[in-house]
Design a protein around this ligand. Structure first.
Ligand SMILES: NC(=O)c1ccc[n+]([C@@H]2O[C@H](COP(=O)([O-])OP(=O)(O)OC[C@H]3O[C@@H](n4cnc5c(N)ncnc54)[C@H](OP(=O)(O)O)[C@@H]3O)[C@@H](O)[C@H]2O)c1
Length: 217
């Protein structure tokens, strides 16, 4: 019988929702802990939900012990209201969770970054994602998996213009974005989530590994 435990943060999101389901379906995990701001609609014998405001993560995470951590947190500058508020989620919260949970024995951290992440980029979004990646690298996880998807496709209640346009253009983009350009094709959020759970198994890939969108696809 397996006793492996997973922690997922961002389980109420598009990728996070698919990732949570994939973890619950995976017989390797006996327990899946979801750190969320609001209760999940889902119940499952393996699922343990921890509600947090993310303001006091130290105490909120203090009793959580998980080997694999799946981080699907994120927002947009528009939704967060400012670049500073965006960075607080996509950099500070991600890194804080990673630091705290590593102290409690986590060995593997899987994080969704984004295509184009680069700490030296002039583009704020790409720079923030790149800085987040760079800080995670410094934490020294035995297994750090950085997932860099292109534009995500999937059922979302919130209206996001870029994603709507991507849905319309996807058939065309698939025909023309070939070879090294494949990583620019929009990608199904469900595929990204399933990929995260799949690579969490690959223990031969030790250290830091970055997965671009074409590899995920
Ligand atoms: N959208 C794209 O096309 C795209 C492309 C490449 C990479 N990405 C990245 O992929 C990741 C997942 O994207 P997604 O579209 O699945 O995200 P999403 O649907 O917007 O979900 C984001 C998750 O983060 C949580 N969150 C947001 N703001 C928070 C805050 N202030 N405090 C605590 N939790 C907060 C949300 O919780 P609540 O439900 O409580 O709000 C939700 O669980 C993100 O890092 C994103 O940057 C996205």
């Amino acid at each position: 019988m397996t006793t492996r435990k997973a922690l997922i943060v961002g389980a109420t999101g598009l990728v996070g929702g698919f990732c949570l389901q994939a973890l619950l379906d995976d017989s390797r995990y006996s327990k899946v802990i979801a750190l969320v701001r609001k209760p999940l609609l889902k119940t499952h014998r393996k699922l343990n939900t921890i509600i947090t405001t993310y303001e006091n993560l130290g105490p909120d995470l203090s009793n959580i012990h998980a080997y694999d951590v799946f981080c699907c947190l994120g927002t947009t500058i528009k939704k967060a209201g400012s670049q500073k508020a965006f960075k607080k989620v996509d950099h500070t919260l991600v890194v804080t969770v990673a630091k705290l949970i590593k102290k409690q024995g986590a060995e593997q951290f899987l994080v969704i970054s984004a295509m184009g992440a680069n700490k030296d980029s002039k583009v704020f979004y790409n720079r923030t994602k790149g800085e987040m990646e760079a800080t995670l690298r410094e934490l020294g996880y035995p297994y750090l998996r950085i997932i860099r998807p292109s534009l995500l496709l999937g059922p979302r209640e919130e209206f996001r213009l870029g994603e709507k346009i991507a849905v319309l253009l996807t058939p065309l983009l698939k025909r023309f974005l070939l070879g090294s350009l494949k990583k620019y094709r929009p990608i199904e959020a469900e595929k990204v989530a399933q990929f995260m759970v799949k690579v969490a198994r690959e223990k031969s890939v030790v250290g830091v590994h970055v997965y671009e969108s074409d590899v995920i696809e």
